[in-house]
Design a protein around this ligand. Structure first.
Ligand code: AMP
Length: 418
């Protein structure tokens, strides 16, 4: 007797069944088709990088949760926790001669050592885009437009909130808040921990500003609060131009100047998309403008903006909002009636596979059992291959939805199955 050794999957990871993968792929393809319709091209970066890459600018939240390890030569590496830093490194290393703007996208898993819970995993998937080379508000608007249209293509309901790191950063600078404190402060703003923010920044206007949340009137309120803070006001003007383009694109949004984003490299517009039904982990998308990150790796200033979807949360939202995903079905199960019919059955299968998905019995089952199997896996048709059929260069075809069964010539099969 063998010895059973139970090994479970690591905490915070998941197995995906074929049914789940079909649903995930369907939704992933919808998002990819929208992204590609804006002329974005897919890239791939390594699963692990030098951990320094993310330690530089990815922010406290990410730094604390990195999967860091040493390889056999003593290099300090980590499983990628996000893609933007990798893509900036890739730009500096391999893409710097490319014509700008560069429109890139990715779809792959990220790794963060977090406490697993619903909507928060240690291995999770992101689909994201980066628009590299433009500092124009139109570029920011394009990035938001893609995020919004991707979710609309899936038929999801969601809330879009837009903020601006430039306003916050310039305001902090003008208030004399030290550079090294700013990232921590932004993390606190992002978490909505106003008490702690208040202890660091003793300025009523600042505290009011980060609580502004609403529609267009927020901009006027912000302007009133910022009257003496000129550089922050300039950033507000930039936000106005972005919103102008969004209006033309007919995008519905709220303005929330308290969006901090846990990631340090954002410099301008930032946005988040939430789906409230998801509960505590309701954010399905985060993005913004990062004008200094590429320079950090390449030495040349190249402005950029982008976003990342949390794909697993999108899939949870698809379930919660009851969105219908068409079931994927095998077209044909081929059933030889006895062992002598196997050769003909295989030839027919090979021929049909040029056009259809075809399953053939490999269990030496009797016809009745094959029909049961075809019914259980929800096949569209069964093609029965028996001696009388073959004598007439025919097969017997059964439509599993209607139960209708008839003999047709082999060369007619494709006309019958449409
Ligand atoms: P971030 O890179 O932190 O801005 O995250 C972008 C998106 O990825 C978030 O809006 C989430 O939807 C998703 N996300 C982040 N962390 C996790 C996680 N641990 N598990 C699942 N999704 C996540």
């Amino acid at each position: 007797m063998g010895i059973k050794k139970e090994i479970k999957r690591p905490r915070g990871t998941r197995d995906f069944t074929p049914e789940e993968m079909e649903r995930r792929e369907h939704v992933e393809n919808l998002i990819k088709s929208v992204i590609e319709s804006y002329n974005y091209r897919r890239i791939l970066t390594p699963t692990f990088e030098h951990s320094e890459l993310f330690e530089l600018k990815s922010g406290e939240e990410i730094r604390e949760h990195m999967y860091v390890f040493e390889d056999k030569s003593g290099r300090k590496l980590c499983l990628r926790p996000e893609a933007t830093a990798s893509i900036c490194r890739m730009f500096a290393q391999t893409l710097r001669k490319e014509r700008l703007p560069l429109r890139l996208y990715y779809s792959y898993p990220m790794f963060r050592y977090e406490r697993p819970q619903k909507g928060r995993y240690r291995e999770f998937w992101q689909i994201g885009i980066e628009l590299i080379g433009s500092e124009r508000p139109e570029a920011d608007a394009e990035v938001i437009d893609i995020a919004v249209n991707s979710l609309k293509r899936i038929d999801l309901n969601f809330i879009l909130e837009i903020g601006h790191m430039g306003i916050l950063r310039e305001f902090m600078k003008e208030l004399g808040i030290r550079d090294d404190i700013q990232p921590h402060l932004i993390t606190l703003i992002d978490k909505g921990d106003l008490d702690k923010v208040g202890r660091i920044v003793d300025n009523k206007k600042f505290l009011e500003l980060i609580q502004l949340n609403g529609h267009m009137d927020v901009l006027d309120d912000a302007e009133a609060l910022l009257d003496e803070y000129k550089r922050a006001l300039e950033s507000l003007e930039n936000l106005r131009s972005i919103l102008y383009w969004l209006k033309i694109l007919d995008i519905d949004y709220r303005i929330n100047l308290g969006i901090g984003r846990g990631i340090e490299y954002y410099t301008g517009m930032v946005f988040e998309i939430r789906i409230p039904e998801l509960g505590a982990q309701s954010q399905v998308c985060g993005g913004g403008r990062y004008d200094n990150l590429i320079e950090l790796f390449s030495g040349i200033r190249v402005p950029a903006s982008g976003f990342a979807f949390g794909f697993d949360r999108i899939m949870d939202a698809v379930e919660l909002q009851g969105i219908d995903i068409p079931e994927k079905r095998v077209d044909v199960v081929i059933a030889p009636t006895n062992q002598n019919m196997r050769e003909d059955a295989l030839k027919i299968a090979s021929h049909l596979r040029e056009y259809l998905s075809v399953d053939i019995d490999v269990m030496n089952r009797k016809l009745g059992k094959i029909l049961e199997y075809a019914d259980e896996i929800n096949a569209r048709f069964v093609i029965i291959v028996g001696p009388e059929d073959i004598r007439e260069e025919s097969v017997t075809i059964r439509n599993m939805d209607t139960g209708e069964q008839r003999r047709i010539e082999i060369k007619e099969i494709m006309n019958f199955i449409q």
